[in-house]
Design a protein around this ligand. Structure first.
Ligand code: MN
Length: 272
């Protein structure tokens, strides 16, 4: 059997205590090799950005920091996955684990999350991946051993999933071990937010805006990730990555092709 080799990244930055907790748990798997390739700063809510106009730097960290090979990268979480899989890790990676994020990535959060983006990047490269997030957000002081233990346990189950490459979005409630009420396989919930723009004035007297949200009512339908974590369960949502086409709309549009083509030809023939 192949010994597990994990690539670990996150979007909170290489200094996150939750990343450290995750690496410690993965390194405790017998025979496991873990490679940390994580951003040197925070990229939360910056999604799937990649760096193509400038060079990316990777600083090898002292072994004492992680007890495994680790790099701090000047680029984004998705950059880290590209670098880790194609250049830095000296062996073939079996699974990419992104996290543990400081804060949930539920419902439409996955569209903004750098944590999830890194896992999506792994799938694009043909590797299975887990994005793991914790409801705990108390930064440096936080104890992230529980979500790290959850992630470690799931890596052993995930090794048996035959559908490759897959992506599991995992959210662990901010509760003590005894208060976790099991596991739920879920769908992503609908958008749980209502946008609100807060207008302010900066130090120089210039008008500025803060993008805020309110939690919308009634977004916790049964079977969703939102409902699961609210009820104290670890939520596991398998995410689609590669086939994003909306087939019902495609079928509606196909018969209109000739008409739209004619309209286009007429429009392009008009003098400028
Ligand atoms: Mn984050």
């Amino acid at each position: 059997m192949l010994l597990p080799a994990f690539l670990v990244t996150n979007d909170d930055g290489v200094k996150s205590p939750a990343l450290r907790a995750l690496v410690r748990e993965l390194q405790a798997i017998p025979g496991a090799n873990t490679y940390v390739v994580a951003p040197d700063r925070e990229w939360s809510a910056r999604g799937h950005a990649i760096t193509i106009r400038e060079p990316v730097y990777a600083d090898r960290l002292d072994d004492a920091e992680f007890d495994c090979a680790a790099w701090a990268v000047s680029g984004t979480p998705a950059d880290c996955v590209k670098l880790g899989l194609n250049e830095l890790a000296p062996e073939s990676i079996q699974m990419v684990v992104s996290g543990i994020n400081l804060g949930y990535n539920l419902a439409t959060d996955v569209l903004y999350s750098g944590t999830v983006a890194a896992a999506i990047e792994a799938v694009l490269a043909g590797k299975p991946a887990m994005a793991v997030s914790s409801g705990r957000t108390d930064g440096e002081e936080g104890d992230y051993r529980l979500p790290a233990r959850v992630a470690r346990t799931l890596t052993s189950l995930a090794a048996h999933i035959p559908h490759n490459p897959w992506l599991l979005n995992v959210n662990v409630p901010d509760r003590s071990a005894g208060d976790i009420h099991g596991v739920a396989f879920t769908e992503l919930g609908g958008c749980p937010y209502e946008d609100r723009v807060v207008v302010g004035v900066d130090e120089e007297g210039r008008r500025c805006y803060h993008l805020a949200v309110d939690i919308a009512p009634d977004t916790e339908e049964h079977g969703t990730d939102l409902a699961a974590v609210r009820s104290g369960k670890v939520s596991i949502t398998p995410l689609e990555v590669l086939r994003l086409t909306r087939s019902d709309l495609l079928e509606y549009l196909l018969p209109l092709a000739t008409r739209i083509e004619r309209m286009l030809q007429d429009a392009l023939r008009e003098p400028h």
